[in-house]
Design a protein around this ligand. Structure first.
Ligand code: RAM
Length: 346
């Protein structure tokens, strides 16, 4: 279980305290309607969250954070989104938000460019655009709120699978949708990390479950049939890893084929407890949504423009600084296993 490099582990220890605190304190947020921020000007701020799709507990949790933030700064929160994680599905909601003149849109992009024209129109109409979780190309948004450093996310997953298969054998990746900016960035970095440091691990295929539970379940079954020597699966999506775990837990492959990636503790708890999964990683999606909403608030208020070096207050999370390319970084990924999973509730 001590799967991460020393440096990663040191930062994770620091992150643990924050995660435990927010896991315990995050949901019983203070409902004071007085903003902790700078008051008056944001009272009529409207913020619309547009996740990749609806019905994914990860985004339910990030929206919980966004709504809590809006309550704190005295804004109006709304969540909209398509059933399927496609860019076309998102465009109509972007257009509607622009027509409504919402102050800010907070989007997890299903494609780095395909929603760009719609976002341009929204920004021309005066709407601030924050991407979170999955970015667009930088010119289409004001700020990207990144959950964790992409290299760190990639390395955490490679370290986990390498440990679980003793650094040797075939693995496959079960991803989200084929154009998802976030998963594609992580997969590219995972491939580099495998090539550089794990010569005996062979990545045989990357398949896409489209962040759809049934499709991810079916892709898992197909992988196991196609590759009888498969040692492990990495699923860098909370939908994929939960579906793969459900498949494995009910099959002869349970405990034989390793599974790791990015999951939510509530979806993965039973599979950690029944031995299907040893360890997996994530960040706190509630904090991510909370920070994204406060970033939108700072843009709407004119506290920041998205320039490198801009600073702003994000409620209970404290002060953040905009980095290069208009990116605000939440923190570090965190590894969950049988020893700590019961400390979390999201
Ligand atoms: C799914 C989505 C989301 C990703 C997480 C890890 O919920 O694909 O974009 O960040 O997994």
């Amino acid at each position: 279980m001590n799967t991460l490099s020393r440096a990663s582990r040191a930062t994770l220890v620091a992150a643990t305290a924050a995660l435990v605190l927010s896991a315990c304190g995050g949901s019983d947020d203070d409902t004071s309607s007085e903003g902790t921020g700078d008051g008056g000007s944001s009272d009529d701020m409207t913020v619309t969250f547009l996740p990749k799709n609806l019905g994914n507990p990860y985004f339910d949790t990030s929206s919980t954070g966004g709504e809590a933030a809006a309550e704190e700064f005295g804004g109006t929160f709304e969540e909209v989104g398509p059933q399927e994680a496609t860019p076309d599905g998102q465009v109509q909601y972007i257009n509607t938000a622009a027509q409504q003149g919402v102050s800010a849109l907070v989007v997890s992009a299903n494609d780095p460019t395909a929603i760009g024209a719609a976002l341009d129109q929204a920004r021309d109409a005066g709407t601030k655009v924050v991407t979170f979780d999955s970015d667009t190309e930088p010119q289409f948004r004001d700020v990207f709120v990144n959950q964790a450093d992409a290299e760190g996310i990639a390395r955490a997953q490679v370290d986990l699978i390498a440990e679980q298969i003793d650094g040797d054998g075939q693995i496959a990746i079960l991803s989200a949708s084929a154009n998802a900016t976030n998963q594609n960035a992580w997969i590219e970095l995972m491939e580099e990390e495998l090539a550089a440091n794990h010569p005996d691990i062979e990545l045989v295929e990357t398949v896409y479950g489209d962040d759809d539970d049934q499709m991810s379940f079916d892709r898992t079954a197909a992988l196991l049939q196609t590759y009888p020597d498969l040692e492990g699966i990495v699923s860098p999506t909370t939908v994929g890893i939960a579906a793969a775990a459900r498949y494995l837990s009910d099959s002869d492959f349970q405990g034989e084929v390793a599974l790791t990636g990015l999951g939510t503790p509530n979806q993965m708890r039973e599979y950690v407890q029944d031995g299907t999964v040893e360890a997996f990683a994530l960040w706190n999606p509630e904090d991510l949504g909370y920070l994204a909403a406060f970033t939108a608030h700072a843009l709407v208020n004119g506290d920041i423009t998205g320039e490198e070096g801009d600073t702003f207050e994000a409620g209970r999370l404290g002060e953040y600084t905009v980095g290069a390319d208009g990116v605000v970084l939440l923190g570090d990924p965190f590894v969950f296993d049988a020893d700590n999973i019961d400390d979390f509730d999201f």
